[in-house]
Design a protein around this ligand. Structure first.
Ligand code: C5P
Length: 243
């Protein structure tokens, strides 16, 4: 295949120009980073699993009416996506206290939250993704009030869908991060789910043992990351037992 034009390289993915206008190709790397890039490793096979898991989730979300950037998976590491303008926010939904929330507010890891909590952080590597309020987001024009209504509603519906999907295969969805983008079509612009949903961006605990099946295995040096991601894919029926 002819060499494609690279548009952007992130910590775990590369975006290339797509075959048609308004499309891009999202390539999943094996790189794992934590602490805003302070810790880095190559984990064999991670990109392949995240590509498959994210495809599975995006297809399921489209089926319940959440618009996404996903068009189709092209091969083991690449998917065709719609070109969007990323809203510069990390949208975090939490069901259970863990990670930075537990640390910030002195909560016990694993404590069920009284209701699901949506948090916003500004997407900025230089600033370390600082938390921002909805008021600040609209004041600085990072997103409009209407866009925030859409983002909030989609985030909660995604959470409902994912909680049910994972609970059905014995996995507790602790929290996750999503990103949204603006898709322009003629005079129209709409908010769509972008980026990826994978064990890199979710906290997933085995419902029976409480064991981490996500990127915390890398963050906390627990090892066995690829095996855990493979187990998530296997339970969801994405890959067969012997793959
Ligand atoms: O670290 P923290 O507890 O705030 O993370 C909440 C959730 O968001 C976790 O599932 C984590 O994997 C995800 N996250 C992410 N990318 C970031 C920050 C958090 O995917 N830059």
């Amino acid at each position: 295949m002819a060499r494609r034009k690279q548009i952007y390289e992130g910590k775990a993915k590369i975006l290339y120009e797509g075959p048609e206008p308004g499309t891009m190709i999202q390539y999943f790397k094996d790189d794992a980073t934590a602490g805003n890039g302070a810790k880095h490793a190559i984990i064999d096979g991670k990109g392949v699993l995240n590509n498959r898991i994210s495809e599975f989730v995006m297809v399921g979300l489209e089926q319940i009416g959440i618009p996404t950037h996903f068009i189709r998976r092209l091969n083991m590491r690449e998917q065709l996506i719609r070109q969007v303008e990323i809203v510069p926010l990390e949208v975090i939904v939490r069901n259970v206290a863990a990670g930075s929330l537990a640390k910030r507010y002195g909560l016990k890891d694993g404590e069920q939250l009284p209701r699901s909590i949506v948090e916003f952080c500004l997407k900025s590597d230089e600033l370390g993704d600082p938390p921002v309020s909805e008021d600040m987001i609209t004041a600085f024009n990072w997103a409009s009030p209407q866009e925030m209504d859409d983002i909030m509603a989609y985030a909660l519906r995604i959470n409902d869908f994912l909680c049910g999907m994972f609970a059905g295969v014995g996995i507790r969805l602790v929290d996750f991060k999503v990103e949204f983008g603006r898709q322009y079509e003629g005079d129209m612009v709409r908010i769509v789910l972008a980026d990826e949903i994978s064990p890199d961006s979710c906290r997933l605990w085995d419902a029976a043992t409480g064991e981490s099946m996500d990127k915390d295995r890398f963050r906390k040096d627990l090892g066995g990351l690829t095996d855990a991601y493979r187990e998530v894919a296997r339970r969801l029926g994405i890959i067969r037992d012997n793959e």
